[in-house]
Design a protein around this ligand. Structure first.
Ligand code: NAG
Ligand code: NAG
Ligand code: NAG
Ligand code: NAG
Ligand code: NAG
Ligand code: NAG
Ligand code: NAG
Length: 435
């Protein structure tokens, strides 16, 4: 019934109904899904192929204004140019092209973001174990704010994740501060504290920026808290500090004006007694400094003790004398004796003394003082000469001591006094003392 011409006619009618055969044009819009940073430039290009007449272009947005866009068109192409994109342009843009009586539309979805700088963490005085403190990390000029996630890390471990809530402004670039309460554990000491901000955009991969906090030394660890070294031996003490940047370590010795070592290790080679004493490890970085004391004990035999007569001159028979012995080293035992007879001993004391009342010629001779510690023994001696007097016996005889007692005391007391007298007479009035 209906042949080839009939079919062609039908097509022709169809074309006429849908517009016109000459308006079977094609349209391209580029780019379709741009992701741009605030301030970037953008060129949208809308091109038509196959329109025999001049094309009329129109650009539109969901909001009315283009916020700084300018369009340029010729017969086939229209370009919409932005030199400085703002967050207001985060939107759908529509290119409408009319060819003859026919119009077509294409849309481009623009994602604008702002994430210009690294997070900022104010310097932290220190991060001490079990000490809670408030930490702040601010990211400036973010857009869109609802896309941001703040992650706090200590070492590799996430300690906190923070996202903005209650966002009231969806239009502008904003700052965001994450404030957390943080209590470091002992395992965290020395590890980096990081604030990592991630901006998630629907149209592209997440973007991240991170900042490592600067903090002052908060904990000093010394390899040995009471280092002992034997005389002429070798001693190493290590001091380690947490902090970022890694603190510089200096060693000070009490009494010295300048550091005696620079670096984690304090090395004492061939220890001498003068190297004993208090040292300080000091850790410093741009944020702050911290010191901790440590006492170095040098162990060795004591020095020779000092032995002397208290009055300095040799006594005359009948004088009372005191022999003094002293030593500066500790801890030790001091013993003062005559020949083989131990006479006085002192523990943990710097002096020992021996009083001899009413000195006799037989008391003359060599007295020895020994000072002893776990590492050795040293001694000193003094040779005491007793000068004879023109002899009138000064020794009281038994009756002169006892007679005054007789009138008032019992026989028992007299006996006791008599026994003491005999004992004392035997030992030549030697008194033993110590302090
Ligand atoms: C129209 O502009 C586009 C892009 O600027 C260009 O490529 C094209 O040659 C121009 N066409 C005419 C007919 O001027
Ligand atoms: C871009 O626009 C912002 C505000 O919309 C303005 O502060 C900035 O100066 C502009 N930049 C340039 C290069 O024009
Ligand atoms: C963001 O922080 C910067 C620097 O502190 C400040 O100058 C700016 O005004 C802040 N912007 C907003 C939106 O608060
Ligand atoms: C260690 O010091 C002592 C005294 O200062 C010295 O006599 C000795 O030779 C030194 N030993 C070494 C190995 O340097
Ligand atoms: C010696 O000491 C005794 C008792 O303390 C005292 O009575 C005596 O006078 C003293 N002798 C001399 C010579 O100082
Ligand atoms: C001496 O001192 C040391 C350490 O101070 C102590 O261990 C010891 O018991 C003391 N010895 C005496 C007899 O006081
Ligand atoms: C102590 O001194 C006396 C008299 O000066 C002397 O005779 C004696 O030999 C001396 N003893 C010693 C051990 O030096």
């Amino acid at each position: 019934m209906c042949g080839t011409s009939c079919f062609a006619f039908t097509l022709c009618i169809t074309f006429l109904i849908s517009g016109s055969a000459r308006n079977a044009f094609e349209m391209e819009l580029f780019p379709l899904k741009p992701t741009l940073h605030v301030g970037d430039a953008l060129e949208l290009s809308c091109r038509v192929n196959g329109c025999p007449v001049n094309v009329i272009f129109a650009w539109g947005t969901v909001v009315d204004r283009f916020h700084g866009g300018a369009a340029e068109s010729n017969q086939t192409t229209s370009r919409l140019l932005f030199s400085n994109i703002s967050t207001k342009l985060s939107n759908i843009i529509v290119c409408t092209a009319s060819c003859g009586g026919t119009t077509r539309q294409k849309t481009s979805v623009i994602q604008v973001y702002s994430f210009p700088t690294d997070p900022v963490i104010p310097r932290i005085k220190h991060l001490k174990e079990n000490q809670e403190q408030s930490l702040n990390c601010t990211v400036h000029n973010i857009y869109p704010l609802h896309g941001i996630i703040i992650q706090w890390l200590r070492g590799n471990k996430t300690i906190y994740t923070d996202e903005p809530v209650d966002i009231s402004d969806y239009e502008n670039v904003q700052n965001y501060s994450s404030v957390i309460r943080y209590t470091p554990s002992v395992n965290d000491l020395g590890k980096n504290l990081i604030c990592k901000a991630t901006l998630n955009l629907s149209s592209s991969n997440p973007m991240s920026r991170k900042t490592t906090a600067e903090y002052g030394p908060g904990t000093l660890t010394i390899s040995s808290n009471n280092p002992l070294v034997q005389l002429e031996k070798h001693l190493n003490i290590t001091c380690h500090a947490d902090g970022n940047p890694q603190p510089r370590i200096l060693w000070w010795k009490t009494g010295e004006n300048n550091p005696i070592a620079d670096g984690q290790k304090l090395v004492i080679n061939n220890a001498s007694l003068t190297q004993a004493g208090w040292y300080q490890c000091e850790a410093r970085n741009v944020v702050g400094s911290l010191k901790t004391p440590v006492q170095v004990i040098v162990q060795g035999p004591p020095k020779n003790p000092q032995i002397q007569l208290k009055d300095g001159v040799d006594p005359i028979e009948g004088d009372n004398i005191t022999i003094l012995c002293s030593s500066d080293d500790e801890p030790k035992t001091l013993i003062l004796f005559r020949k083989e007879n131990r006479a006085a001993e002192a523990q943990n004391s710097s002096t020992v003394f021996l009083n001899i009342l009413d000195v006799k010629l037989e008391d003359a001779g060599v007295y020895i003082c020994e000072v002893k510690n776990d590492f050795g023994i040293k001694s000193g001696m003094i040779n005491i000469t007793v000068k004879e007097t023109q002899h009138i016996s000064m020794t009281p005889d038994l009756p002169t001591i006892i007679v005054p007692a007789l009138g008032s005391v019992s026989l028992l007391t007299v006996l006791a006094l008599l026994m003491r007298y005999l004992r004392e007479a035997k030992r030549d009035s030697v008194n033993i003392g110590m302090n």
